[in-house]
Every structure is written in structure tokens, then in C-alpha cells.
Design a protein around this ligand. Structure first.
Ligand SMILES: CC(=O)N[C@H](C=O)[C@@H](O)[C@H](O)[C@H](O)COP(=O)(O)O
Length: 230
């Protein structure tokens, strides 16, 4: 197994991302976030945006999964080969990209994109998928690792409040490449369960690095407990 993938086996990877318009949307801030989660035991970092990736790469030696979100509908996670090459250029070890069955904006197939990333950069490719069929196709297309990142985020995939651990288990059972559980893992128990269901590693983002969401969870619970006011 590739040493980078071996290094994250059975471990937690933390996604450090802030969204457009948010107060923490700043490469220096995300770099500090990455250092903070590394201090807490993260075995790898997943991050978005070329500036964030460059800073995090310079600050940390941990395996780094990079992506570039562009656009907000359809294929937006590292949507084209140009985006993927730019992510590789930052020094990220793994290029994460949309590997759903939807047409890619540059007209390339997933297999063509994966091959070009391998040949031109030598980086690993993480295929972000939303269904079992997409996971199988991504492995056939040459992806080095498959993530359940987009489960619940395509119009045709199962949506639920929690992670799709059945999808993790089925992919882990059938694919010849490691499967990373990612998406809506909100508790340590869910992260542990993902590993028990066969995941190679677990990516957690929101529940660790997105204070607005975490605050909303707590504020909602407190408001529910308080009940209707006077
Ligand atoms: C669907 C999409 O755009 N996912 C993104 C992919 O990088 C991030 O916004 C997520 O935070 C990440 O996947 C981790 O998941 P969660 O934050 O649920 O732990």
C-alpha cells in the first residue's frame, strides 16, 4: 500500500474549511485550524483552496488531501483537470475531486482526469462519490482511494441526517482500493463505527472545525429544552 495511505489507516483526518463570506474564511486562519487539529491527534488534513493548501503544506508534515471548490451547483469539487493540476502544485499529497457520474465541465472523463493527474503530477487521487455505483466506477477509473464525501449531496443519492455507513460498508467490502468515510460524521461514536464497518480512515469536518454549525446544534437543543417563552 502507498505509504501515505498506510499512514492514515485506522486514523482520523480532519477537514479544515470555511465557506465564502464566513468570518473564518482566511488561509492563515485555516492553517492555524489545521495546526490545532494536528495537536489534537489528526493523522491527516483535508483542505480547500490553493492559498489554504500552500500555507498548510508549509506548516505541517501530515498527509494533506487537497481540493479546490469552484461553483456551487453540480460538479464543484476540483471540477476540471486544470483545477486538479493546480491543487497538486500546492504540494498536497492527494488530489480530491468530484467522481460522480455527472458530466465534468471540461468534458473529460473521470478516467482521463485521473490518468492525467497521475502522469503529470504523481499525486494520488481521492474520488469523492455519492453512490455505490460511482464508487465502483471510480475504482475502475483508476482512483487510488474512494470517499463517500458526496453521499446525500447529489439529487439521486440517499439523504439522511447522519453518515451513510451502509454505503461505506458496501464499498469497503467490494472495492479493491481503500474507502474513506466522509460526510456528516458528527460524533466520535459514528467515526468509530465507520472504521468498524470497514473504512480505511475517517474524515470529519463540520463537527470539529465549523463553529457556526456546532453552535447551531447547541443553540437548537437549548431552545428546544427551554420550550415556548412567555
Ligand atoms: C459536500 C461537500 O461539499 N463536502 C465538502 C468536501 O470537502 C466539505 O464541505 C465537508 O465539510 C467535508 O466533506 C467533511 O464533511 P463534514 O463536514 O460533513 O464532516
Amino acid at each position: 500500500m502507498n505509504p501515505l495511505l498506510a499512514a492514515v489507516r485506522g486514523r482520523l483526518i480532519v477537514s479544515c474549511q470555511a465557506y465564502p463570506g464566513e468570518p473564518l474564511r482566511d488561509p492563515g486562519t485555516m492553517c492555524r485550524m489545521a495546526r490545532a487539529v494536528a495537536a489534537g491527534g489528526a493523522a491527516g488534513i483535508r483542505a480547500q483552496g490553493l492559498d489554504d493548501l500552500r500555507l498548510i503544506r508549509a506548516a505541517l508534515d501530515l498527509p494533506l488531501i487537497g481540493l479546490w471548490k469552484d461553483g456551487d451547483g453540480g460538479v464543484f469539487i476540483t471540477p476540471t483537470l486544470e483545477h486538479a493540476l493546480a491543487v497538486a502544485e500546492t504540494g498536497a499529497d492527494v488530489v480530491a475531486l468530484d467522481a460522480t457520474g455527472r458530466p465534468r465541465p471540461d468534458g473529460r472523463t473521470l478516467a482521463e482526469t485521473v490518468r492525467a493527474v497521475h502522469e503529470r503530477t504523481g499525486r494520488l487521487v481521492m474520488a469523492d462519490v455519492s453512490t455505490y455505483e460511482e464508487g465502483v466506477a471510480a475504482a475502475e477509473a483508476g482512483a487510488d482511494v474512494v470517499g463517500t464525501t458526496l453521499a446525500g449531496y447529489t439529487p439521486y443519492s440517499r439523504t439522511g441526517p447522519g453518515p451513510d455507513l451502509d454505503l461505506v460498508a458496501r464499498l469497503a467490502r467490494d472495492l479493491p482500493v481503500p474507502v474513506i468515510a466522509e460526510g456528516r460524521i458528527h460524533t466520535p461514536g459514528q467515526a468509530a463505527e465507520a472504521l468498524r464497518r470497514g473504512a480505511h480512515a475517517v474524515v470529519v469536518g463540520t463537527a470539529i472545525t465549523h463553529p457556526a454549525s456546532i453552535t447551531r446544534w447547541f443553540a437548537g437543543a437549548v431552545a428546544d429544552a427551554a420550550g415556548p417563552g412567555e
